[in-house]
Design a protein around this ligand. Structure first.
Ligand SMILES: Cc1ncc(COP(=O)(O)O)c(C=O)c1O
Length: 451
């Protein structure tokens, strides 16, 4: 369990935040909330004020200069975020749009099929929302989340206090380090090939960030580990043994470990995922075969965006260690970020209906078969891609060369450079296009010049 010899191994996270937002100034340096300014300059994040104060050189004041000069001398406010990668795709999108039969945009995993009627009807029925929604989620929604984990994920033992609805899961991924009170001196770990928002979350909280899949590489300063199984972009699924190893190491470090599981209902190779040969589920981090019945330090994040075509509703939730969930809730009671009441009602309908999920899964399965066959025939190798909405492919050349070649055929793909760095030789193609566009892509791939 926790390594008490290390000062960061204390599993109690976010104590400063729980004691109240206003306490941030007094306890912030210890809790990480509002603590960034003191050391922000060291991490290269705009934090001039505290540094000036610490060195006694508050600009302007000592020389008796006017306040305008003081402000001009400060660095601009803001976070040192990475460039938003999708902006760089514009020239390739223009090239693809020039195709005589129009663009096939396979670059973004945004659902194209309709939101199911059962969910839309529930939203409509709940539009009288004059009162503030419950921050913790209505009792009916929390019960629906608990019941869904047991029925669909084989996760038993959750309670209404150990689940919490969130506005989307991207928002939670980006804010969780901050909500847990992490800050400078702490390390957030995430996969080497990863959805970019894990890095963003560590920048926002001013923690160090480390891309490392091997648990033995996670440093003693680790306080939060992100797993993403099934993975975006590579569709890799962590089986029970891999999840157990990650959980064991996180517990040794006293770190919180979270699995982002939004593609869990879209597994394509179930026989490969450990545990029982008869269990077709992608394992959750909260699966009893992983936890041995103890959820301490563990969280699962799930989103309804993909399984239910609800990306526009911003409907997701987090579940697991009751104490951690309650800490996040405590901050949220002060700070808001409450899922709107009609969306909460729609989530109950989505969680309770399996038919629309099965239908959507079948649509993706067919598209995946068509696209995968065409990619293989065109000389691509498909890596990972055992689950989820993407085919992660390579033809052994720099990612941007493949993106350019595909754009010439009117197909827009996301370069692997967005997810695994400049040297990537992968591109990611999404299944979130209509059957007609996927078929068009398959035909066009036959015209791709061979390397
Ligand atoms: C791995 C992963 N996590 C989280 C999200 C965010 O989903 P949402 O914010 O729609 O819940 C996505 C969306 O593509 C994703 O791929």
């Amino acid at each position: 369990m926790a390594d008490s010899s290390h000062p960061t191994a204390d599993p109690v996270i976010g104590a400063g935040a729980v004691s109240g937002i206003a306490a941030g100034a007094a306890t912030g340096a210890a809790s990480g909330i509002a603590a960034g300014t003191a050391t922000g300059a060291a991490s290269g994040i705009a934090a001039g004020t505290a540094t000036d104060t610490a060195t006694g050189t508050a600009p302007g004041t000592s020389s008796g200069g006017d306040t305008g000069a003081t402000h001009d001398a400060r660095p601009p406010v803001g976070l040192a975020l990475p460039d938003f990668p999708w902006d760089s795709l514009a020239p390739f999108a223009a090239r693809a749009r020039a195709h005589a039969d129009g663009i096939v945009d396979l670059s973004v995993g945004s659902p194209v099929d309709q939101t199911p009627d059962v969910v839309r009807d529930a939203l409509v029925a709940a539009t009288d929302a004059h009162a503030y929604p419950t921050t913790s989620g209505t009792p009916a929604l929390r019960a629906a989340i608990v019941e869904w984990y047991a029925r669909r994920r084989g996760v038993t033992g959750l309670t209404p206090q150990s689940v919490l609805p969130t506005i989307g899961s991207k928002e939670l991924v980006a804010l969780l380090p901050l909500l847990l009170g992490l800050g400078p001196g702490d390390t957030v770990v995430y996969p080497r090939t990863a959805y970019p928002t894990y890095v963003v979350g560590s920048v926002i909280a001013r923690t160090a960030g480390l891309a490392a899949d091997d648990p033995s590489e996670w440093p003693a300063s680790t306080r939060l580990v992100w797993l993403n199984s099934p993975g975006n972009p590579d569709g890799v699924v962590l089986g029970v043994p891999a999840l157990r190893a990650a959980v064991a190491r996180a517990r040794e470090l006293g770190a919180v470990i979270v699995n982002d599981e939004c593609y869990a209902e879209l597994g394509w190779n179930p026989e490969r995922w450990g545990g029982s040969a008869h269990d077709e589920r992608v394992p959750s981090i909260l699966d009893p075969r992983v936890t041995d019945g103890d959820n301490t330090g563990l969280l699962s994040v799930y989103s309804l965006s993909k399984q239910s075509n609800l990306a526009g509703y911003r409907a997701a939730f987090v579940a697991g260690d009751e104490a951690l969930v309650q800490r996040v809730l405590e901050v949220r009671k002060h700070a808001g970020l409450i899922p709107p009441a009609p969306v909460q009602a729609a989530m109950i309908a989505a969680l309770g209906d399996e038919q629309h999920v099965a239908e959507q899964r079948e649509r993706y399965r067919v598209r995946r078969v068509v696209l995968a066959a065409a990619l293989k025939a065109a000389g691509f190798r498909i890596d990972g891609s055992e689950a989820g909405l993407y085919l992660w492919v390579t033809r052994g050349e720099p990612a941007l060369a493949t993106v350019a070649a595909l754009a010439d055929q009117g197909i827009l793909a996301a370069p692997g450079t967005f997810y695994e760095g400049e040297k990537s030789q992968h591109v990611r193609l999404t299944l979130t296009a209509t059957d007609e566009r996927i078929t068009a892509a398959a035909h066009r791939l036959a015209h791709l010049s061979k390397l």
